[in-house]
Design a protein around this ligand. Sequence first.
Ligand code: MIC
Ligand code: SF4
Length: 661
Amino acid sequence: MGKTLTYKILEKHLAAGELVAGEPIGIRIDQTLTQDATGTTAFLLFESMGVRRVKTELSVSYVDHNMSQFGPENHNDHLYLQTAAARAGAYHSRPGNGICHQVHLERFARPGATLLGSDSHTPTCGGMGMLAIGAGGMDVAAAMAGGVFYLTCPKVLGVKLKGKLKDWVAGKDVIFKLLGILSTKGNVGWVVEYFGEGAGSLTVPQRATITNMGAELGVTTSMFASDEQTKWFLGAEGREDVYEYLTADEGAEYDRVIEIDLSALEPLAACPSSPDNISPVSEIAGLQVAQVIIGSCTNSSYADLMMAAEVLKGRRTDPMVEFAVACGSRGVLNMLAKNGALSDIISAGARVLESGCGPCIGQGFSPAEGVVSLRTFNRNFSGRSGTRDDQVYLVSPETAVASAIMGRITDPRMLKTVMGVKYPKIELPRRFLVDDGMIVKPLTEAEAAKTKVIRGSTIVVPQKPSRLTDKLTGRILLKCADKVTTDHIMPAGAFLKYRSNVPEYAKVVFDCFNEPEKPTFADRALALKAEGIAGIVVAGESYGQGSSREHAALCPMYLGVRAVIAKSIERIHKANLINFAIVPLEFADVDDYDRIAAGDELEIDNLLEGIEKADQVLVKDRTSGFDFAAKLTLPRRARDILLAGGMLNFIGSEVGKDDRR
Ligand code: MIC
Ligand code: SF4
């Protein structure tokens, strides 16, 4: 039986368990990446593990999410991260050097290796045959310390691509198509592997767009083979030495196969406010737009930006459109500057942003009330842009640029028919401009020992959770609906600067559900905590989808939340809950969700015994007198982490400390 590429790489890295879909396994991690918004906690946790040097092949600490620097918090983070990375023997990509996923793809990714990143879009590097997985900062810290990464052995979905993309149709439209088929729910435990002659026709950056936004499916990761396209891309980056030819075996057995004909695809969009709310652009065309932004880790490669520049050359964007462009990396920005394309973009009326996440994570450019904002990003969860009830549509760079010119949502194919614009065929340079000047190399041990880690007063070491007790008495603090994302739980945007300060950041847990003049979630939770009563959150399906931010577990834990009861919980968030000793329960009968209410007193007897060995626990609703069963189907190790009172209390047994500070 032919093997999938996923299983070939897993086999080479297997450290625990057996490769049987659905079973727990542990794999060795070759590379890690962290970014500033999750990285400060990751490095603080790494330090708490008592390990001085990273034990991976390479670990990179990026600064890309928050570079707005209002107040000292943000620069404190940057200085801490640079010096902490230096001491730990990690690379450090300085602010302005680019978005972690784009830079990692360009400068560090290698086919066949494993990458664990504290960002849910880590699968971007799956675009070059790497098994790249997003996780919480705690799990990444453990991998930096040499620990094995535990996951559920995945099922593999083969996506067979045939045909070739037509002009004005982009890689982005491929992932939109798949999101339209699979939605953002119910795909936990799968890896998506693209194959077929159509896959071969896509360039590495196109593939990376697809694997990047695969995160929105909620799958473990997505991957393409490493082939001639990969060889070419690595060659242009001057890294041909890491190239390796890697594909699935002929006749590989996938658990499910979906076929997509690239030649039949048309420009698509994700309408407000979910990445799976897919519609053909032609059906929403004509809607007036007030903002268009090209950028983010999904669509900011050299080819994407050059296509936009070519279309914009000699033209102006609509005067009622605020148009912004952010290159994914300093390398891309510099190439556009050198070849004049940047000038075409500026002349067309663009506001040029520095290379980073920026508006994608609500760092500026929040749209006005009630207007349509078009973005080439990957997430349009309500409010993520920084404006409540925003109208954000996700599109390809082709659709974005056409709409920016026309002032209305425009099918980019119209540019040809109406304005006679030819689809730009972008000549890629044989060598990209490579300048690693803003990547600080790891120090030797001797040099590192002399480096002092700079810790501003806003860098606060996260508290360890207390152990769970055998009888859990709690109250439902919040009952929320389906698809509550980590953006709802822990807003980023203007609050991003508090990521290194849990007591401060915890004040805005579930801020989007707070009502004016009423006590906030945080106030109510802390009041309960003071009485010794646990906070409980009840939710619908796919609770915790989206970002990997472990603050969505860490901050509720700080506020005294000890259990979540949901119809289903997403992979990364569930692991984060366990790491911070919050019990992740799922309704045995989903209809019981309707039988309990916010404010109810709940009780679980024999919780520790349940965590130790049961698949279900009995939850008693003391307010209504209704009892119900909640599932607790966890692998052995997850049970042990919960019993230990979270990962920090548990990890000592798994990573070799090389010294204590
Ligand atoms: C995101 O796109 O939501 C983020 C911001 O990159 C997050 C990480 C974070 O919250 O810091 C992610 O995708 O994991
Ligand atoms: Fe940054 Fe947006 Fe990509 Fe997250 S999705 S890494 S915020 S660019």
